[in-house]
Design a protein around this ligand. Structure first.
Ligand code: HEC
Length: 298
């Protein structure tokens, strides 16, 4: 009996809230500014959840600028992420490529470095080829060097997809391309056998290293040191590698293998590379041996 009374009391206490909540969600979905105002004035909480999402979420989802603006003015949390799979509300605006909504949210303090799953908002803007979205995010402080969980920078994505304008914009707004220290002088004392083992484990799945071997996912690497870059027939190279002039020197290999997507964004070799210097030196010393006449060590 006591439980029943308690239940009725709880229901009564919550009832006004529940009705306002559904009213404000309906109004937000429709973008009905007057109805949102009325619901708020009647006591609905601006970030009231309907079990799944908030009014601001619904307004942005519906593409209703005036409704979103009103909710923000009345204190809605622009960084709430009620549906973790969709991420914060900025992601929704981005998915719709609504630059007005994106700016509204950023001006109101939405986090320009918000993450969803494996990537940041800037990666999503680049993926959707929206230069204006990229600009708005960078102006609001998005990190142009942010990496996805598998090491892709916004510039890599832009170049990979051939988005020249986006790539140029990122380049002139703070992208840093890492340059590893020179290694040529360390090659003489490298451990070629360790390099061979490393190659077998990490590279051989994509690259043949025998003179007669054909193309796999990547080109044959027999004779690669001193060979013209991106010059194997039967291989469809990326524009990035095709555009890199000259032969493969030890230092060019050093730079490339350090982190292909970081040092030479846009490459089709989307692997983490070999950031450890000793491993990289051993590997390059091994690559040198893939030749009838290995070129001299420096
Ligand atoms: C997942 C497959 C994959 C793995 C693993 C891989 N590569 Fe590659 N590699 C490629 C592809 C694809 C290209 C062509 C890149 C392009 O066109 O941008 C390439 C290109 C190269 C080139 C340039 C060759 C040329 O003809 O100009 C070198 C050198 C190279 N890889 C070395 C390595 C080494 C060393 C490893 C091991 C640390 C490695 N790769 C691991 C796929 C891979």
């Amino acid at each position: 009996m006591r439980d029943v009374l308690l239940f009725i009391l709880v229901v009564l206490l919550h009832f006004p809230n529940v009705s306002h909540a559904s009213a404000i969600h309906d109004a937000a979905t429709k973008g009905d500014v007057a109805a949102i105002t009325a619901a708020l004035d009647a006591g609905a909480a601006v970030d009231q959840s309907d079990g799944r999402t908030t009014p601001l979420y619904l307004a942005v989802k519906g593409g209703h600028f005036a409704a979103a603006k009103l909710l923000i003015e009345r204190g809605a949390d622009v960084n709430a992420a009620p549906e973790p799979l969709l991420g914060p509300v900025l992601m929704l605006a981005l998915a719709k490529r609504r630059i007005d909504l994106i700016k509204l949210l950023l001006d109101a303090g939405a986090n320009p470095n918000a993450q969803r799953g494996r990537e940041a908002v800037l990666h999503i803007a680049v993926r959707s080829a929206c230069l204006d979205c990229v600009k708005a995010l960078v102006e609001a402080g998005a990190d142009v060097n942010a990496k996805t969980k598998d090491g892709k920078t916004p510039l890599h994505l832009a170049k990979f997809k051939g988005q020249r304008e986006v790539a140029d914009y990122l380049m002139s707004h703070g992208v840093v391309l890492p340059t590893p220290a020179p290694i040529s002088m360390k090659l003489a004392s490298a451990d070629v056998e360790k390099g061979r083992t490393y190659f077998t484990h990490v590279c051989h799945g994509c690259h043949n290293a025998e003179a007669q071997g054909g193309t796999k996912t990547g080109p044959n690497l027999w004779g690669v040191v001193g060979r013209d870059k991106a010059s194997m027939a039967n291989m469809r190279y990326s524009d990035t590698l095709l555009g890199w002039e000259g032969v493969w020197t030890y230092e060019d290999l050093n730079r490339y293998l350090f982190g292909p997507m970081l040092t030479t964004p846009g490459v089709k070799m989307e692997t983490p590379g070999v950031p450890d210097e000793t491993e990289r030196v051993n590997l390059i010393a091994y690559l040198r041996t893939l030749s009838d006449k290995p070129i001299p060590l420096p």
